[in-house]
Design a protein around this ligand. Sequence first.
Ligand code: IDP
Ligand code: MG
Length: 136
Amino acid sequence: MSNLEQTLSIIKPDAVERNLDLEIKQMFKNNGFVIIKEKKIQIEKSEAEKFYKVHETKPFYNDLCSYLSSGPIVVMILEKKNAVLANRELMGATNPKDAIEGTIRKKFGLSIDKNSVHGSDSLENAKLEIDFFFKD
Ligand code: IDP
Ligand code: MG
């Protein structure tokens, strides 16, 4: 299958803290994603700053990096045909208020910052983000 892709997904601290990781992983599986690798970790703020470097000029950057490093997260490599776009669709809009029914952020997101999941936004970034967390 030529467009079989891998993308990076993170279950963010707000969702792990509420023990939603199993339910969110089940949503991925129900939507045809295969979880190739996964690990539950907590990262340092300096690592979050590197991961979110693309947002370093945004007013919310500091809070975002504090938040991502504030508690355990589950990091996964997801595989599926057109995985990058399919994951963005299943996640829903960045602001849970704008997310449509059936999406993870609609179901579980608390606010624009505590929106339960991260997903790569392009195939190129997916490769970089997978390397960031899983390159040994
Ligand atoms: P995405 O996660 O849907 O790709 P991005 O624009 O890449 O959204 O932003 C990264 C993360 O930064 C979002 O998931 C959200 O947690 C946070 N964020 C984005 N915009 C805002 C904002 O206006 N205020 C606070 N946090 C924000
Ligand atoms: Mg993004």
